[in-house]
Ligand binder design. Structure first.
Ligand SMILES: [Zn+2]
Length: 313
C-alpha cells in the first residue's frame, strides 16, 4: 500500500541537502548523523477512527527540519504541526498532536516509530485528513516503504540529550522511567490483567536502537478486546478498526486468522508505541527507557516531566 514517486529528485537531492551517500545499509543504524530520504513515498490507507480513506506522502526535508506534518485538506488556517511532545493534545487510544490553531493529526506513533527505528530525522509528511493511515496496525508498511527508498546522510549530527538522572511517572496501570545509560535502550514489560483470561503470561522485550527495528518490532500490531470494539463501533468510533489492522482478543483467544505474528506480539507493540512516542522528544535520548504496561498517556507524561527537569542550552 505504498509507492515511491519516481522523478529526478533523487539526482538533485545530494546538492539540495549536501548529502554524501545513499547506501541502504545506513537504514537501520547510524544514529550519529541526520538523515532524510531520497524521494517521496506515498501511503494509502484508512484512518482507524474515521474509517475514511487517507493519502499520506513522506517527503525529503533539509537538515534540522525535523518531522513536520502538513494537513493538505486545510487551506484557510495554519496547517503544519511539528512532531513534538509540546504539541501533544490527546493521548486517549492514540497520540494526537495539534498546532496553535487547533489543527491536528492523530495516530502519529506508528509512522514516527518507523522513522525513528530506521534513523530518519528530517521529513515533511503531507496528509489529506486528520489521521495517519492505520495500515495493518503497526509500522511494517511504513518500514517497507522506507526500505524501498534510500536514506540520505546529511552533513550535521543528530541532536542528542544524555539522561543525567532518573525520571519516573506512574499511573494505575503501570509506570515508565528514563534513567542514565550509555546507549539508547528500551525495556518494556507487559503484565496481562484477568481480562486476557490466560492468553499470555507476563512478557518482556528489550530493544537497542542498534537492533533491527524492521524485523524485530515493526510488524507487532495494535491489540484490543472484541467487547470494547463493539462498544466503540456502537458509539460511532473506531470505524476503521478491523481484524485487518488490530489483534482482536475474545474470551482468551486471538480472533485473527493466523493468530499472532510473534508469541510476544503484545509487548512488542507496546515497545513500538513507546519508540514512536519517544520520537516526539525531537532528540535521541541517550539513556534507558523502561516501562511496565505503558500507554500513550504515560509516555507523554514521562517526556513532559523529563523536559521540565532539564535546561536546554
Ligand atoms: Zn500502537
Amino acid at each position: 500500500m505504498y509507492s515511491i514517486i519516481s522523478n529526478n529528485q533523487a539526482n538533485t537531492l545530494p546538492n539540495l541537502f549536501g548529502a554524501q551517500s545513499n547506501a541502504r545499509k545506513v537504514l537501520r543504524k547510524s544514529f550519529i548523523d541526520q538523515h532524510t530520504i531520497s524521494g517521496p513515498i506515498v501511503f494509502h490507507g484508512v484512518g482507524v477512527h474515521s474509517g475514511k480513506a487517507v493519502c499520506m506522502i513522506v517527503h525529503p526535508a533539509p537538515v534540522d527540519h525535523g518531522i513536520i506534518f502538513e494537513r493538505t485538506d486545510i487551506e484557510d488556517q495554519p496547517n503544519r504541526i511539528k512532531a513534538s511532545w509540546q504539541m501533544v493534545t490527546d493521548t486517549n487510544m492514540c497520540t494526537t498532536i495539534s498546532n496553535s490553531s487547533g489543527i491536528s493529526v492523530a495516530t502519529v506513533e506508528h509512522i514516527l516509530a518507523a522513522l525513528y527505528g530506521t534513523g530518519v530525522t528530517n521529513v515533511l509528511i503531507t496528509i489529506d485528513g486528520p489521521e495517519v493511515p492505520i495500515m495493518d496496525g503497526c509500522s511494517k508498511a511504513f518500514c517497507e516503504g522506507l526500505q524501498e527508498t534510500s536514506l540520505i546522510k546529511q552533513p550535521k549530527n543528530r541532536h542528542q540529550l544524555k539522561i543525567q538522572s532518573t525520571v519516573r511517572v506512574e499511573n494505575e496501570n503501570g509506570w515508565a522511567q528514563l534513567s542514565p545509560h550509555d546507549g539508547n535502550l528500551f525495556s518494556v514489560q507487559f503484565t496481562p490483567t484477568d481480562r486476557y483470561e490466560g492468553l499470555t503470561g507476563e512478557q518482556h522485550v528489550q530493544f537497542s536502537i542498534e537492533d533491527d527495528f524492521h524485523s524485530i518490532i515493526s510488524s507487532a500490531r495494535t491489540f484490543g478486546f472484541y467487547e470494547d470494539a463493539q462498544k466503540l463501533w456502537a458509539a460511532g468510533l473506531a470505524k476503521g478498526a478491523s481484524l485487518d489492522n488490530t489483534v482482536v482478543i475474545h474470551k482468551g483467544a486471538v480472533m485473527n486468522e493466523g493468530g499472532l505474528r510473534y508469541s510476544d506480539e503484545l509487548v512488542r507493540h507496546k515497545l513500538l508505541d513507546a519508540i514512536g512516542d519517544m520520537a516526539l522528544a525531537e532528540y535521541v535520548l541517550i539513556g534507558h527507557y523502561e516501562a511496565c504496561n505503558p500507554g500513550h498517556t504515560l509516555n507523554y507524561q514521562l517526556l513532559k516531566k523529563y523536559f521540565e527537569t532539564i535546561t536546554l542550552s
